[in-house]
Design a protein around this ligand. Structure first.
Ligand code: PNS
Length: 158
């Protein structure tokens, strides 16, 4: 059984993340969306909210959302996963993403990372851009799934 983990802060989840989830779920038997609890970056949303927001979306049946703390490779081992999924937006992502892939391979020899190029329409999209737009009550259409708009704005709007 091919079990993959798609890890991230998801602060908040975007249409770009959702696109990666749906495409990766077609390739692997099971896809675990791993929501990092204690990111080095201070998150705008609590880990519970970040998990809840992803669970609100209509996800493929083989997708599970679980939060994790500590090293990603330990989370993968606990869940019998040896495949990592990461989205690549542009060349600028590549160096950082390779670093993560190499470090995880060093820590867990049988861990392999699969990159999915982000859909073209989401190439510019990031959680931080979404937070910025939401803060000033901008239009989140096409950036974040519709069902999360008010939740995000209620939390962030100044
Ligand atoms: O999409 P993000 O928010 O940049 O995701 C970063 C993530 C979650 C992949 C990375 O920070 C991570 O795996 N953190 C857990 C700690 C860890 O295992 N660090 C070593 C590998 S980077």
């Amino acid at each position: 059984m091919k079990i993959a983990v798609y890890p991230g802060s998801f602060d908040p989840v975007t249409c770009g993340h959702l696109d990666v989830i749906k495409r990766a779920a077609k390739v692997f038997d099971k896809l675990i969306v791993g929501v990092l609890v204690n990111s080095e970056k201070e998150c705008a949303f609590s880990s519970k909210m970040r998990v809840d927001m992803i669970e609100k979306l209509s996800l493929p049946q083989n997708v599970e959302v679980i939060s994790f703390d500590g090293l990603l490779v330990n989370f993968m081992r606990e869940n019998n996963a040896n495949i990592l999924v990461r989205g690549l937006r542009a060349v600028s992502d590549y160096e950082y993403e390779c670093q993560i892939a190499w470090i995880n391979k060093k820590l867990m020899a049988n861990c392999d990372t699969f990159f999915i190029p982000t859909a073209e329409e989401y190439a510019y999209l990031s959680s931080s851009i979404v937070r910025e737009i939401a803060r000033y009550n901008g239009d989140l259409t096409g950036l974040v799934p519709e069902e999360l708009h008010s939740l995000i704005k209620d939390k962030l709007e100044v």
